[in-house]
Design a protein around this ligand. Structure first.
Ligand code: SDX
Length: 431
């Protein structure tokens, strides 16, 4: 197959380089620069990787202009409306929707891995009483290789699959345990008679004193939230997982690295920041003041839950969540939830403001998710933890994809050095 190329001309030397063009099944073509430095001595510069594809992947596709999100080719709107989270997890990991028996087997495997090594409880209890649940999650997940070292031969596909199952099964148990620790309640064990989302709600809200049965609506709302947050191409945390994995680090360490990256307010921490922002704005009358702050270059304030590196249109996940907000609030909480009313007014005002229109800043997945989490009784400091529970599936899918790639190499970007040129050491008496 003939390979299309682009020509790079170094106007300093007049040298020309033919670089191959790579085209996926969807999305823009990419100039393959992997041989550029070797051939020309030239580096490329792209901080934030605005124009850089880091890998091939078949898992998720985003069209930022059209506001399209596909998991293994299936539109997020269809999966959100019809699938269970574990069905989507199977799809992301294995590449195809499961048959009924494949799904039943997968659910059973995950169910049998939900418990934690009992010694992890003493580790958990060592955290400060008011530790942020994300701090506990990143620490405990990173420690899992100390407990489950019987399946860490990362070049063995079966070991990779067992670690993948363990992560998908145990992260919700750890997440719920982190929450219980932060409120001083005993850890609640998972139950094998509950579905994945119901089990997570059970582990969060049950107590030894009384039975807790999550409502079907709460289970469905959580199922939707986890599906929408499951994967999203090469976002910051997924790229972190891939870079950690490229050195051959064990999967638990790689996922812990992803959790750490997700925690940032520019990424997965935004859902918690959105509620803090809406609470600070307080009333519709205050919105213009905060819109002005968001536009003021001298003010670090940003409209949390707005903007996206890839979506220059409405984030399809935000669109789905906005519609579900009405239903969930109507049935789970008071419909005139002041934060939801405020969020909709803020969105309306921002989307009519030239600053946001010119920069194509739309609500993203984090803008409405916190309102639904709150309606489910989930506290603000657990929002990013819930994001991490969902994104563990995406991180694991990308980890499996890259670990099965024979061309997988350690990631090691270059730099433009702007420090001092070579100079000699001066004895302290001469400084
Ligand atoms: C997630 O990558 C993913 O896929 C992430 C994610 C996933 O599923 O993994 O989708 C999840 O992280 C969603 C994003 C959540 N973060 C937030 O809501 C935080 C607020 N948003 C921003 O910080 C920002 O929009 C980012 C980080 C999301 C995107 O940043 P970019 O692409 O680097 O854009 P930028 O910072 O260069 O902004 C471009 C312009 C700038 O103005 P100018 O310098 O051109 O004048 O837009 C402005 C920015 O100041 N801008 C904002 C803004 N976001 C961008 N101004 C006010 N409020 C905002 N929210």
């Amino acid at each position: 197959m003939s390979t299309e190329t682009v020509t790079v001309i170094n106007n300093l030397t007049g040298e020309r380089y033919e670089l191959p063009l790579r085209q996926g099944t969807l999305g823009p073509p990419a100039v393959d620069i992997s041989s550029l430095y070797q051939e020309s001595g030239l580096l490329t510069y792209d901080p934030g990787f605005m124009s850089t594809a880091s890998c091939h992947s078949s898992i998720t596709y985003i069209d930022g202009e059209q506001g399209i999100l596909l998991y293994r080719g299936y539109p997020i709107e269809q999966l959100a409306a019809k699938a269970s989270f574990l069905e989507v997890a199977y799809l992301l990991i294995y590449g195809e929707l499961p048959t009924a028996s494949e799904l039943a087997d997968f659910e059973q495997v995950i169910r049998r891995h939900t418990m934690l090594n009992e010694n992890l409880k003493s580790f958990l209890n060592g955290f400060h009483y008011d530790a942020h649940p994300m701090a506990i999650l990143v620490g405990v997940v990173g420690s899992l290789s100390a407990f489950y070292h019987d399946s860490l031969r990362i070049n063995d596909p079966r070991h990779r699959e067992i670690s993948a199952h363990r992560l998908i099964a145990k992260v919700p148990t750890i997440a719920a345990a982190a929450y219980k620790h932060s409120i001083g309640e005993p850890i609640i064990y998972p139950r094998n008679d509950l579905r994945y989302c119901a089990n997570l709600l059970h582990m969060m809200f049950a107590t030894p004193c009384e039975e807790y049965r999550p409502s079907l609506l709460a289970e469905r709302a959580l199922n939707l939230l986890l599906i929408l947050h499951a994967d999203h191409e090469q976002n910051a945390s997924t790229s972190t997982v891939r870079l950690a994995a490229s050195s051959g680090a064990n999967p638990f360490a790689c996922i812990a690295a992803g959790i750490a990256s997700l925690w940032g307010p520019a990424h997965g921490g935004a859902n918690e920041a959105v509620i803090a922002m809406l609470t600070e704005i307080g009333r519709v009358e205050n919105i213009p003041k905060y819109i002005a702050k968001a536009k003021d270059k001298d003010d670090p304030f940003r409209l949390m839950g707005f903007g996206h590196r890839v979506y220059k249109n409405y984030d399809p996940r935000a669109k789905i969540l906005r519609e579900v907000c009405h239903q969930v609030l109507g049935e789970l909480a008071d419909t005139n939830n002041p934060l939801f009313e405020l969020a909709m007014r803020l969105e309306e005002i921002a989307l009519s403001d030239d600053y946001f229109i010119e920069r194509r800043l739309y609500p993203n997945v984090d803008f409405y998710s916190g309102i639904i989490y709150q309606a489910l009784g989930i506290p603000r400091n657990m929002f990013t933890v819930m994001f991490a529970v969902a994104r563990t599936v995406g991180w694991v899918a990308h980890w499996l994809e890259m670990m099965s790639d024979p061309n997988n190499r350690i990631g090691r970007p270059r730099q433009i050095y702007r420090g001092p040129v070579k100079r000699d050491y001066l004895p302290i008496s001469q400084r």
